[in-house]
Design a protein around this ligand. Sequence first.
Ligand code: PRP
Ligand code: URA
Length: 209
Amino acid sequence: MGNLHVLNHPLIQHKVSMMRMVETNTKDFRALANEISLLMAYEVTRDLPLESKEIETPICKTQAKFVAGRSIGVVPILRAGLGMVDGILTLIPNAKVGHVGLYRDPRTHKPVEYYCKLPIDAEKRTLIVVDPMLATGGSAVAAIQFLKDRGCSDIKLMNLIAAPEGAKAVMDAHPDVDIYVASMDEKLNENAYIVPGLGDAGDRLFGTK
Ligand code: PRP
Ligand code: URA
């Protein structure tokens, strides 16, 4: 069974609170999304395997630890997921990036696919799917299924803010996927927006409303 990790480090909580504020402008919102994503990536990669290699310091030869095993892929769910990519790449600059394009139909709240482009060796990588919001979970469940349909099996999900309904939907559909969130909020409202949430993440990141 995948685990749900709430990454409530004080710096993360502080930055999430600033993102929620209605007066936070696009420039600051964007910066905060990347800063939180960087901090979260530190925890998401905590279980990466290490291998020892002999190196030489200015003093002597020694066995030193290096990250081993699978390479990382970051998969933003378009478009709001893009707002998390740079922060993660600051920490993991060699990661490749795939894109899954989904939007929520405003009437049905169901995800509609419009784009999917992955690194050619995606199935050999540990993939971190990123999206600021996990609301009903429809988008994340569908995005993870696309990756599985293309042979990927080592998948983690990273969201800034989640609703309990969305976390449950992902855990039910993809019990093998670990979920990392900065905040587990209270509930969804009648429009399937997260309460208290931060509003429409895509619009706030890109200034489209
Ligand atoms: C938002 C958000 C998620 C989705 C979450 O995207 O970025 O992808 O909604 O909702 P769900 O858990 O109920 O599926 P949106 O559809 O607004 O598209 P956008 O990123 O292009 O703004
Ligand atoms: N998408 C968003 O951007 N915000 C929500 O609260 C729910 C879905």
